[in-house]
Write a protein that binds this ligand. Sequence first.
Ligand SMILES: [Cu+2]
Length: 462
Amino acid sequence: MPIPELMESESDAPLELTMGAGEWEILPGVRTSTIGFNGPYLGPTVRLRDGQNVPIIYRNNLSEAVAVHGHGLHVPGELDGGPQREIEPGGSWCLELPVRQQACTSWFHPHTHGRTGPQVYHGLAAFIIIDDENSTSLPLPNTYGVDDLPIVVQDRTLDGQGRLVYSGDDAEDGFMGDRVTVNGITDATRAVPAGLVRFRLLNGSNARYYRFRFSDNRVFQKIATEGGFLNEPVPIREIVMLPGERNEIVVDFFDGQPAMLVSGPSLSGAAGSRRNGNRGRRRNDWEPGRLTDAFELLELTVDPTLPAFRGRLPRQLNSISRPVPQSDWPVRRFEMFMPDNDRRRGAQRTNVSMAMGINGRAMDMQVINERVTRHQWERWAVRSLDGNHPFHVHGCSFLLLSQEGRPVSDEDAGWKDTVRVDDRAEFLVRFEHPATDSFPYMYHCHILEHEDRGMMGQFTVT
Ligand SMILES: [Cu+2]
């Protein structure tokens, strides 16, 4: 498994991230045309620290415009990298990024109007790791590339010539590839030390959901959600992740036993499962179909000569204090819809030709859909009228109140920025940074084909 190079800001020199085309072996021995940051595919892990102001230069050496969004960053709208911030071919975007948030695992990826799906799919995605005083003082595995491993999981389809196959239009549930890659390759393996190992999991897929677990069904500890550490580790055996979600887990390899990171139900005996997936998926099989495909993702072996973290996990990782919702806090409602529903209830719509959207309309760059007051707690209630969707909000982390009417579980009680909405989810959110009419924030479905087809809206914070 390749480990992305670390890029840290130690001086005033800007971090340079250049987007360009190249060739990469997704399949061993097969050269595939791809795009990436500072390389042929994906990009370096940018490591930042709370309190820094980091100069960054994005350069675009591709033949099409790209907007680059820092997913999970708490920065003003003008630094957020939404679709208003397109970088033309040959152009660049220089910014100074104020890092003012707790330790977390985030990522950057395109947010180009109508083109996010293909640009991410062909390779533009990379990690951001933020450290703070808490994360560097806690006794946790934190040797990057040894016992602290960034893991981005993405699905890809290649044709007989090794070319990436992509279509954003044909599948209502988004584009799903038939092979699953880890850090850009299939059939990944990695040797880990005989101690605790931390995985920073990112579902960087366009549309596919995963149910991660280990082949021996071992218990592992979930320590962080998108926006930071949980208050305490939560022991679990599997973790469901939707596109855009990040979670950090710690896995115990003291016993020296190898393990396979897998997704989906038990591989033994599941019809059609194999190393590189299962083509026999039924179309539009929303629930639980997306989660029933079985994949073997990453084969882990233990190398006792590697330096190991042999401590215990701390009992307390964070001190999140949940506010008690007040009756005078604004409630904002969002309803995600898709074409089927539109046809069913087309008579109620003002524009029956729209593809997908939120609150009755598709994304329009000229329309500000919501206006939010800065520093004010709000309650956001999100519903899905069709299927299920990962709902993502820019410029913030939020605290889940409930999903499907059930109170939030311990493992999702941390700060998040992307949440699964089967039928409904509610969360508390407060925005600390401004977003203007010129550079508003986005809320959207993180199935990238849904986003590209309009399941998105814009909001200001003033
Ligand atoms: Cu969606």
